[in-house]
Design a protein around this ligand. Structure first.
Ligand code: ES4
Ligand code: ZN
Length: 326
């Protein structure tokens, strides 16, 4: 039995959230109108009807198209403020949110516009909801290494406000090794490192994320389960996996929620966490993700507490702050 109120009331951290993926169709329409941007949809229903994906790339095509309505710092503020309100209502007390600067700089939107809008929403949410927020700047892996280095350079004035760098977008054909040098440069600047790996890509991409990047946390990681030695290694090193059940379902990483491996991960001793990834596109926020996978896999309160506890253990908060949440 799932227990919706128990899940909502459970203090949790969200560690895998693309802020551009929290753009609800209603806000997409409002921003399109405010900025006089044409979008290829007639209505909010039309947008939602388009959200049927067979693979990651189907989704990414719509995600980048949707992001085109984001033009001003106020737009990024409004986007993030809407996410923080929903997260707080779901019992999220700490969020580590990713943003994709290249999605915007490639359209002529300044890095400064993006980050000042996000930072003002973060300040507001910290005051309004008493939550803590960290920013993760994610590189688009379908672009080249030089573009990622240029993005790291553009971030230089804001490095004090950025906790980590990440790696997202089209996984297949863009292995972690392509970005080993830029991640090394980010590490030298004191940033934490995360990367999407093993979502669609093979277990070897997870190995690369460990051995060639040295990630502090793994986004998704599902396909690690195909390699028992890798699972043992991830468990022994207490590597956090940011698992996203509704994303996995919508992108056909799992065929059915009843087949989701979340409990297999926990049984294997993996530090798995539950997250929403791109909630506006995948049909639910973090609470919905807990509820969906708990119902489908028969998770009990002990499992839910373990998952929420893992979210704090896997966060980039200082140890003393983590301890306050345990
Ligand atoms: C993403 Cl689900 C997912 N995978 C890879 N890259 C992404 N960017 C936004 N959502
Ligand atoms: Zn993701």
């Amino acid at each position: 039995m799932t227990d919706p109120d128990f899940i909502t009331g459970l203090p949790k951290a969200e560690l895998h959230l693309h802020i551009e993926g929290s753009l609800e169709p209603e806000l997409m329409f409002a921003l399109a109108q405010r900025n006089q941007v044409a979008i290829p949809f007639a209505s909010v229903e039309d947008v939602r009807a388009a959200y049927n994906f067979s693979r990651l790339q189907d989704f990414l095509d719509l995600y980048y198209a949707g992001a085109d309505v984001l033009r001003t710092a106020q737009d990024f503020h409004d986007l993030a403020a809407a996410y923080f309100d929903r997260a707080a209502a779901d019992g999220v007390v700490h969020a580590e949110i990713m943003f994709d600067p290249q999605t915007h700089t490639a359209r002529g939107i300044a890095f400064e516009t993006v980050i000042t809008g996000l930072l003002s929403a973060i300040a507001e949410a910290e005051a309004k909801h008493g939550m803590t927020v960290l920013l993760i700047m994610s590189f688009l892996r379908h672009l080249d290494e030089a573009d990622a280095f240029a993005t790291l350079e553009a971030a230089e004035p804001w490095l004090e406000r950025i906790a980590a760098v990440g790696l997202d977008s089209s996984e297949l054909g863009h292995p972690p090794e392509k970005f080993a040098r830029v991640f090394a440069a980010a590490r030298a600047k004191g940033l934490k490192l995360v990367a999407h790996a093993g979502e669609e890509g093979p277990p070897d991409y997870v190995l690369q994320a460990l051995d060639l990047i040295g990630v502090d946390r793994l986004d998704h990681g599902n396909r690690s389960l195909e390699d028992p030695l890798l699972v043992t290694r991830l468990a022994r090193m207490c590597m956090t996996l940011t698992v996203c059940p509704l994303s996995n379902l919508k992108l056909c990483v799992v065929g059915d929620m009843a087949e989701h491996p979340i409990d297999q991960m926990l049984r294997a001793g993996l530090r798995a966490t539950i997250n929403s990834d791109d909630p506006a596109y995948f049909g639910g926020y973090v609470g919905d993700n807990y509820r969906a996978v708990a119902a489908a896999r028969g998770l009990d309160r002990g499992d839910l507490v373990a998952l929420a506890r893992n979210s704090f253990l896997g966060s980039f908060l200082p140890d003393a702050a983590v301890a306050e949440h345990l």
